[in-house]
Design a protein around this ligand. Sequence first.
Ligand code: NAP
Ligand code: G4F
Length: 380
Amino acid sequence: MKRALITGITGQDGSYLAEFLLSNGYEVHGLIRRSSTFNTDRIDHLYLDPHDPQARLFLHYGDLSDSGQVTNLVYNIQPDEIYHLAAQSHVRVSFDMPEFTGNITGLGTTRILEAVRRSGIRTKFYQASSSEMFGDAPAPQNEITPFRPRSPYAAAKVYAYWMTVNYRDGYHMFACNGILFNHESPRRGETFVTRKITRAIAYIIAGKQKKLYLGNLEAKRDWGFTPEYVVCQWLILQQDKPDDYVIGTGESHSVKEFVELAFKYAGIEIEWKGVEAYQKGIVKSLSCRLQTLASHVKVGDTLIEIDPKYFRPTEVDFLRADIIKAKKNLGWVPKVTFEELIKIMVDSDMELIGMNTPGEGKKALKEKGIHWTENKFILG
Ligand code: NAP
Ligand code: G4F
């Protein structure tokens, strides 16, 4: 039985990766932070009491700022594979907390790499690198595109990227970077833009929220479906040689397009009025289904407004992945489209607050052989 250590197991990616590795026979160890409230919602469905002979998921307290504990864990667990996903991962927050972000998102990687080196174990190491590192480098971006980071988060990730490369070259470690473009899912954190939008739609329809306040609507991202991306994280460590890979869909869409399609799927057609960066999203028309489901929403209502507090001092305008290398070496191609991703997320957020959904998200997944039951995705 292979043994994996996942840092960031309570996060979006960590939870899907744990699910994937467990379903492939791994023993999985996860690093979690002590918190005064439970922070294991995303993995509770995977957890068994450690006394249970069937238990293959084990959680350990630790923090990326604590090199002693990180080293102990790496040495004691002796994992075959380490997936280092933990980070202060929010770009906007990194402008408010640049030093903390450098410590956790940047130095955190060095602490794990050093723990591996000092404990002398042979393990494969995956670093969760990010398309944010490309910053304002022209799209499409691939493995040889120069990094031009535009935030403290991106700068910290560039540092961690190069530390990973240096430990691979200097100490012959099987250390790899997965340079992942944005990936989303029903388990995405609620303050990232996609989930903020799909959750707001459900709340607006349920009468629990009046408006959605956003920042820059023009930024373009290459958005994919997370359960497919964690398979790449695993594939990267299954290759004969350690290497770095760009993972994305090759398609890019603006935040505005995401808003329009998500509202439309829920039955609300949006039109934009007002000056460029401060446009308002107004209800142009409502589907029959919605007129019955949400009689409090009316044509002419303003549902979306811009709040400048969500603007960033420096923005990344346009990300689009060139995934030729991943296709060739990993044999990986994403199946879930942008429109399907939106439907999956809207369905899920509506379901979460007990509403009937249009249901097309689930249908699309089924057609692609991805089964979505009881909060789990099983990739065919
Ligand atoms: P996420 O949902 O924000 O999860 C972050 C994880 O890191 C959580 O488990 C969090 O624990 C943990 N963490 C944060 N600070 C920590 C600390 N000081 N010590 C230990 N654990 C800590 O992020 P994600 O979307 O799953 O992304 C996973 C990784 O991929 C991150 O490194 C992110 O930067 C990178 N990435 C993400 C994307 C994307 O589109 N999602 C794209 C490229 C790269 P708590 O639950 O206790 O907060
Ligand atoms: O959803 P976002 O916060 O994601 P961002 O900044 O692209 O970062 C995510 O993807 C990276 C990969 O490229 C990861 F490395 C990182 O960890 C994280 O997962 O913002 C997307 C875009 C930005 O251009 C932002 O300015 O949406 C724009 N935006 C507009 N209004 C907003 C909002 N972003 C957020 N979070 N909230 C808004 O209200």
